[in-house]
Write a protein that binds this ligand. Structure first.
Ligand code: BGC
Length: 467
């Protein structure tokens, strides 16, 4: 049953990736049909992260008041409505509005789905189950790229296909109960008992159900101090806030979504003339993104956060620099170098600066301000995602591909310095040790110094990607 929970919430991750990636294959046909200029192209594309920014702002509140299940049901419905509306669009404005709806759904799902998994999962399986969600995002991007390749001329089909996983999410979550934690918090104890029994596959009267319910209630009874903005900005938490927000700003400024949303355009500018070759190469990018996410997941606990961040930022800075040089010159062999560099770039991103900001944001904030800190970091993620995607078409027109990728390369160089000066090594430290270190007033980056090798952390890695 717990795998069904993960599968349904994973569907939300798949939709996140699908609706991000689908625009890549559709843009050429849209330019042709609606004659959109670079600014309008930026509006249509960035409507998704812009909508997600608002979705993520309301997600916490509706997940509390309506529950996790109903929030995901709403998101599923919006995914279907947005997909159908996008497929029927009569012009760029309607399409942008439809994508705004899809973005709003993503913003909700990106917070509530991992929450739904982590509140249902037994502690020992939580990290693994929540990382299913991260993987689902990359699978969604790949799915969208394949759809773009197969239906390269029919953008309406590409968009409407997003309604299928949307419907699957809505129907799937409809058959499930809410999380025991939310039900108990609303005083619905009989329902909470039934939910625990259902998800663990045991009888509601069994002692395990009762003891889990008691544990949930005890945790909820603890001192519930409300976190405030001054806690977040105070000297103890500020270093964590800088790392959480800073890593997301740099993750987005590395230009990942310029590639994810505009990959065929990037291939075109790099010298691939046939549209179907551009789309096939794009699907290749999707495959590398999925495979390297597995590599990242296996390295995070083994080599540690800081080394992996260095590898990621150095790899992306070098490969972006090569792409910039390739795009600036006419030498044909440099086109090949650019393509290889693009693959290295995606690989370095997917194994490192893709998952790491999510993992670290779930670890670094003290318990009291965790939810607040994580939502501020999420807003930084969507806000910068929007800025990069919105500005890309206009920047390419004014600076050329080499100029834009040059800027992203500089951001990755800054990422190396940022990691050096600010990033702590959280691998092998329990969440309580991290909190204690922050309270001690020692520089945050000195956490984990003196450890010879990274051991798996006591805290769930990707587990608390709740907000
Ligand atoms: C980023 C997304 C990006 C995705 C690509 C995530 O970690 O936050 O913005 O589209 O990786 O796989």
């Amino acid at each position: 049953m717990i795998y069904l929970v993960a599968a349904i919430a994973g569907m939300a991750g798949f939709l996140f990736g699908f609706d991000e990636g689908v625009i890549a294959g559709a843009l050429a046909a849209l330019r042709h049909q609606f004659g959109i200029d670079p600014v309008m192209e930026g509006v249509v594309t960035s409507a998704v992260p812009f909508g997600a920014l608002f979705g993520s702002l309301v997600a916490g509140r509706i997940a509390e008041s309506l529950g996790r299940r109903r929030s995901l049901l709403i998101a599923g419905g919006l995914f279907v409505i947005g997909a159908v509306l996008a497929s029927l669009a009569t012009g760029a404005i309607v399409l942008a509005l439809a994508r705004l709806v899809l973005g709003f759904a993503i913003g909700i799902a990106a917070i509530v789905a991992p929450l739904y998994i982590s509140e249902n999962a037994p502690a020992e399986k939580r990290g693994m189950l929540v990382s299913v969600y991260q993987l689902a995002i990359t699978l969604g991007i790949l799915g969208a790229y394949l759809v773009g390749y197969i239906f390269s001329e029919s953008w309406r089909i590409m968009f409407v296909l997003g309604a299928i996983p949307g419907l699957a999410l809505a129907v799937g979550i409809f058959t499930m109960s809410d999380t025991p934690r939310w039900l108990a918090s609303k005083g619905l104890l009989a329902e909470a008992r039934a939910a625990i029994a259902k998800v663990r596959g045991i009888a509601p009267t069994s002692p395990e159900v009762e003891s889990e319910l008691v544990a949930i209630q005890r945790a909820a009874e603890g001192p519930v101090e409300k976190a405030s903005w001054s806690d977040l900005l105070g000297p103890t938490v500020r270093p964590a806030l800088i790392v959480g927000v800073g890593l997301f700003i740099l993750q987005q400024l590395s230009g990942i979504n310029a590639v994810i949303y505009f990959a065929p355009t990037v291939f075109k500018e790099s010298g691939f003339d046939s549209h179907s070759t551009q789309l096939l190469a794009t699907a290749g990018i999707g495959v590398v993104n999925v495979l390297m996410t597995f590599v990242g997941m296996s390295l995070i606990d083994r080599i540690g956060r800081r080394p992996l961040l260095f590898i990621g930022f150095i790899g992306t800075a070098l490969s972006l620099g090569m792409i910039a040089i390739g795009a600036a010159t006419d030498l044909p062999w440099l086109d090949v170098v650019s393509i290889i560099s693009l693959v290295i770039y995606i690989g370095a991103f997917a194994a490192s600066i893709g998952p790491l900001p999510w993992v670290m944001m779930s670890e670094i904030f003290p318990l009291k301000v965790r939810a607040l800190g994580m939502s501020v970091a999420s807003v930084a993620n969507w806000g910068m995602n929007f800025l990069v995607v919105f500005s890309f078409p206009t920047l390419v027109t004014s600076l050329g591909l080499s100029g834009v990728f040059g800027i992203y390369a500089v951001a990755c160089l800054i990422g190396i310095a940022f990691t050096w000066f600010y990033a702590p090594e959280t691998s092998g430290a329990s969440l309580e040790e991290i909190e204690e270190h922050l309270k001690s007033g020692k520089p945050f980056r000195s956490l984990g110094k003196g450890k010879t090798s990274a051991v798996p952390p006591a805290g769930p890695a990707l587990a608390a990607r709740k907000s």
